[in-house]
Design a protein around this ligand. Structure first.
Ligand SMILES: [Fe+2]
Length: 406
């Protein structure tokens, strides 16, 4: 018998994914408005494929797959596991049906529970189950992002849920100061799970710096727009300016103006822009340009991690989604950092097929730190390194400001 707590968490994460989708209409499950947004049906199936391909097939001799076509359709990007369906074509699949995918989920969930009940102190199995739980937690957040994009791409702007994801209240803004010196970042706990990209723990040297304790608000960002920030070439990185011009970018994703008033599409539907809420759905390019406009800068990932460690407030408990509604850096939105997503010194990918999980994406992306309101509560870590390309903004990203003290 595998650890009860692990079994409980496994059941919880599987149910949570399904509860998110229970609020959708059947037509919502297959839509893919842009290549990087996956249909909810695909998320339901892919998180199940991960269990079948990487766990059941490994621990059950001569395992007969539920459906061999699923191995190709729901493999995301693991080249070592064979051919996979093109990411941009996930929305082309009307079959298998949503109903068939739910049946697939139920069968594979039960097989995993059986496997866990028959194994005793199997460290290798516990490790991969832990990874699978974390993987599904990532997809929970992706589901919220993708559902928002799918509904937001529809001119009728339907609300996903009236209750979830409360508006964000004010918090007092101040600067937190850090002195020059050697600091340690990265993960090395023998007890707690972390992804391979968070290790090894290592020393970094930081010059004296300060971080502002609140996120940039919609109201502050609006001042940037009204000062023609998008039109001032000297504020932008070269690639950023190309992106702004080529895509006619004039505001964060989901913002729109009607009769002189700014609105924002949210998971609650269309809302008048709340100026006190943190600005979200901004690209790295926008975050960087905004910081430059303020004569400030984005923090490095090391600076942010040291700030988070000083707060020690990333440990979330009780409810599955983080319930607080305060405008603090490390709990509401993923904060862009100026750090390129690169291997830490001494980095080693996970062994085996899951070696493709993180390492192969360490090119042309930037690190985001903290976590957001859609991040499952067990998924927050000071050492967590999220990463996106600099033009992407459909994730729940925000802006945090830093400055040099010398
Ligand atoms: Fe995945």
């Amino acid at each position: 018998m595998i650890d009860d707590h692990l079994v409980k968490r496994f059941i919880e994460v599987r149910r949570y994914t399904e509860s998110i989708c229970s609020k959708l209409e059947i037509e919502d499950f297959v839509v893919q408005p842009v290549p990087e947004v996956s249909p909810p049906k695909w998320h339901l199936a892919h998180t199940t494929w991960f269990l079948e391909e990487l766990i059941i097939n490994k621990f059950q001799i001569n395992y007969d797959f539920h459906d061999n076509v699923f191995r190709k359709l729901f493999n995301s990007y693991y080249k070592g596991l064979g051919e996979h369906w093109l990411q941009s074509a996930r929305g082309q699949l009307s079959r298998p049906t949503v109903k068939e995918i739910y049946t697939y989920r139920e069968i594979i969930t039960q097989k995993i529970l059986e496997l866990m009940s028959h194994q005793k102190n199997n460290y290798e199995l516990e490790q991969i189950i832990e990874l699978a739980i974390n993987h599904e937690e990532q997809h929970i957040e992706l589901l919220y992002m993708d559902i928002k994009f799918i509904l937001g791409a529809n001119p009728s702007l339907p609300a996903y849920d009236e209750m979830i994801l409360p508006a964000i209240a004010n918090a007092t803004s101040r600067w937190e100061f850090f002195s020059e010196g050697l600091y340690e970042i990265g993960a090395d706990s023998a007890k707690n799970f972390y992804y391979d990209n968070e290790a090894p723990k290592h020393k970094i040297f930081l010059r004296p710096y300060a971080i502002r304790t609140t996120l940039v608000t919609n109201g502050e960002y609006l001042e940037f727009i009204e000062s023609n920030g998008y039109e001032i070439p000297t504020l932008w990185l070269s690639k950023g300016l190309d992106w702004v011009k080529n895509n006619n970018i004039k505001s964060p994703l989901y913002w729109f103006k009607e009769d002189g008033l700014w609105y924002e599409f949210t998971l609650h539907g269309k809302q008048l822009l709340d100026k006190s809420a943190p600005v979200t759905h901004v690209s790295y390019f926008e975050a960087e340009a905004y910081a430059r406009w303020k004569d400030l800068r984005l923090p490095t990932e090391g600076e942010f991690e040291i700030y988070s460690l000083s707060k020690k407030n990333l440990k979330k408990t009780s409810t599955f989604l983080h319930p607080e509604s305060v405008n603090t850096l490390d709990s509401q939105l993923w904060c862009w950092t100026q750090s390129s997503y690169s291997p830490y010194p001494g980095y080693r990918p996970f062994a085996g097929a899951v070696g493709e999980y993180n390492g192969k994406f360490m090119c042309n992306q930037f690190v985001l730190k903290g976590g957001c309101f859609a991040t499952p509560s067990g998924h927050y870590r000071n050492t967590y390194r999220n990463f996106y390309e600099p033009h992407q903004r459909w994730m729940f990203s925000g802006i945090v400001l830093a400055k040099d003290l010398i």
